[in-house]
Write a protein that binds this ligand. Structure first.
Ligand SMILES: Nc1ncnc2c1ncn2[C@@H]1O[C@H](COP(=O)(O)OP(=O)(O)OP(=O)(O)O)[C@@H](O)[C@H]1O
Length: 366
């Protein structure tokens, strides 16, 4: 699968731009603030119906304009898929595939899979557990279209249960039957999500280890561990056990909304003991494992977007990464950097052809 054409109007710092991409490596080169990351984000919209960086759609509209539009022509299994996304201020997002509106945006997720590697991914290591759950959910939902519905259902019941806990505390009235109904619903969808996450991690972890070892050349030992209260007890048991505590705290303290991933380097937390380059290598390995996982599941290669990938990595690790590109492990790659000479040098060294685009002040020149 690849993106053949991309065009947009009033998207972030662009007024109007359009490009034709190569099926292999496409490099977008320009100074800081030129619009390279914005361009990758436009592609992210077409694949996942939203920005990678900012959940507020209206903030992606060019300052002073009142709408943005992104169009893309993808080629998948020899067939064209024309995708269009447009946002008008204070209006619902419009998303079309082959000129037909989607009823539910969730139906588009996974159709044109994509993996983004960005400096902002550092939040997966340094921020709270929500970021790590988002990572797992994002990967699974690109291969399993029931997963998102399952998550929505779980969050809805969780919200109802928390509201009930608060009401019990406010009014002093406790209806055990109503609580039992909510617990049953929560346990049902929570257990399904847990099983999917656990199954996913069993497949994903060895792929991740392989990628990390390759990039780091075995220089350090790292560990990726799925943590869930449900590994020890069934959710219905946990909800029961924690009921008194939940009533005091007025929120549900057990469930898959507490799941986390633990990242270690030489058995110590990556967040505190990993160097910037090791953390970056860890994140790249996570994302490349996502790439391999999606490829294996879907039977075709997703798009790979590498934003500012060379920064903080030593030469050895850059070479290893680029070796993967040259080994034909990847399909279409979109990469950004600030130096034409560096991009040309890296790809010349591995004898890979690269389509170079120069980005400056909201203009893209091939
Ligand atoms: N809604 C918007 N309207 C106008 N300009 C915007 C909007 N959103 C972002 N920008 C501008 O886009 C520019 C940032 O572009 P982008 O992040 O793509 O840069 P970049 O080329 O990736 O730079 P770097 O090399 O620093 O990562 C900034 O100048 C920012 O002000």
């Amino acid at each position: 699968m690849h993106l053949q054409q991309l065009s947009f109007l009033n998207f972030k710092n662009y007024t109007e731009a359009g490009i034709t991409l190569s099926e292999g490596v496409n490099a977008f080169v320009g100074n800081n603030g030129a619009g390279k990351t914005n361009l990758l984000d436009a592609v992210h919209y077409l694949s996942l119906c939203k920005s990678y960086f900012n959940p507020i759609d209206s903030q992606q509209i060019k300052q002073g304009a009142d709408f943005f539009m992104i169009n893309g022509v993808f080629v998948k299994n020899g067939q064209k898929e024309v995708v269009a996304c447009s946002i008008k201020r204070n209006q619902k997002k419009q998303f079309k595939r082959n000129k037909k509106d989607y009823q539910r945006l969730a139906d588009h997720i996974g159709l044109l899979p994509l993996v983004m590697v960005s400096p902002y991914d550092i939040s997966i290591i340094i921020e709270g557990s929500e970021e790590r759950r988002k990572f797992i959910d994002n990967v699974i939902s690109q291969t399993d279209n029931q997963y998102l519905d399952e998550l929505i259902a779980y969050n809805r019941v969780l919200l109802n249960r928390n509201t009930l806990l608060k009401q019990i505390s406010d009014t002093g009235r406790y209806d055990p039957d109503l609580m039992a109904v909510l617990d049953e619903q929560l346990a049902l969808s929570g257990t399904r999500i847990f099983e999917k996450r656990r199954g996913f991690m069993e497949v994903f972890t060895p792929i991740f280890n392989q990628h990390y070892n390759f990039i780091s050349d075995g220089a350090e030992e790292v560990e990726l561990v799925y943590e869930s209260q449900l590994l020890k007890d069934k959710l219905e048991v946990l909800l029961n056990k924690n009921l008194e505590r939940d009533r005091i705290l007025e929120r549900t303290t057990a469930g898959i909304h507490k799941d986390d991933l633990s990242f270690n380097i030489h058995t110590l937390p990556m967040k505190k003991f990993g160097s910037q380059g090791q953390q970056k290598s860890f994140l790249i390995a996570l994302k490349l494992a996502q790439y391999t996982f999606l490829t294996q599941k879907n039977g075709f290669k997703p798009l790979l977007l590498l934003d500012d990938i060379f920064d903080k990595l030593d030469e050895g690790r850059v070479t290893k990464l680029m070796q993967m590109v040259s080994n034909n492990d990847f399909g279409q790659v979109l990469i950004t950097d600030t130096s034409v000479a560096r991009v040309e040098g890296i790809f010349k060294a591995i004898d890979v052809e690269v389509q170079l685009f120069k980005v400056a002040g909201g203009n893209i020149d091939a």
